[in-house]
Ligand binder design. Structure first.
Ligand code: DQA
Length: 156
């Protein structure tokens, strides 16, 4: 059986989780979240690569890396969600199942967060469920890679 490898990418300022606006993003640190994800993955025999960067170019590099060996990509692009055409283009070129993830619900926040350059080039979006969203995203990625989830965007 071929291995299942998911990449989880976190963008700018997500290294500050736990101390950054906890009323919006919660009190769990990125390390806490990644540990929960690793536990989930171990229980299902899924391999996981987790990365965080504050740099837009590095995020693009990481998306390109995912195309090389990942079965699916889960990405919280942070504020680059709302600004980055480079992110959009990298995701468009990445031909594996992709899930956009946000801890908060950007649609219930400031208008500048309502636009996402990622949403049109991912299979699905999870937002507003705090740290648990990462587990929901893993479940969704598992469904997409094991034929249990139908995505209208399966050809993107
Ligand atoms: C975020 C939402 C973005 O609007 C914000 O810039 C972030 C975090 C989230 O996870 O809720 O940095 O992606």
């Amino acid at each position: 059986m071929t291995k299942t490898l998911f990449h989880i990418l976190n963008g700018p300022n997500l290294n500050l989780l736990g101390q950054r606006e906890p009323e919006i993003y919660g009190r769990e640190t990125l390390d806490d979240i990644e540990q929960s994800c690793r536990k989930w993955a171990e229980e299902r025999g899924v391999e996981l690569t987790t990365r965080q960067t504050n740099s837009e170019g590095t995020l693009v590099d990481y998306i390109q890396n995912a195309t090389e060996d990942a079965s699916a990509l889960i990405i919280n692009p942070g504020a680059y969600t709302h600004t980055s055409i480079a992110l959009h283009d990298a995701l468009a070129a990445c031909k594996i199942p992709k899930i956009e993830l946000h801890l908060s619900n950007p649609h219930a926040r400031e208008p500048f967060r309502h636009r996402s350059f990622a949403s049109s080039v991912v299979n699905g979006i999870i937002c507003g469920f705090g740290a648990h969203g990462y587990i929901l995203a893993l479940e969704a990625a598992f469904g997409l890679t094991h034929g249990q989830t139908v995505s209208k965007n399966s050809d993107i």
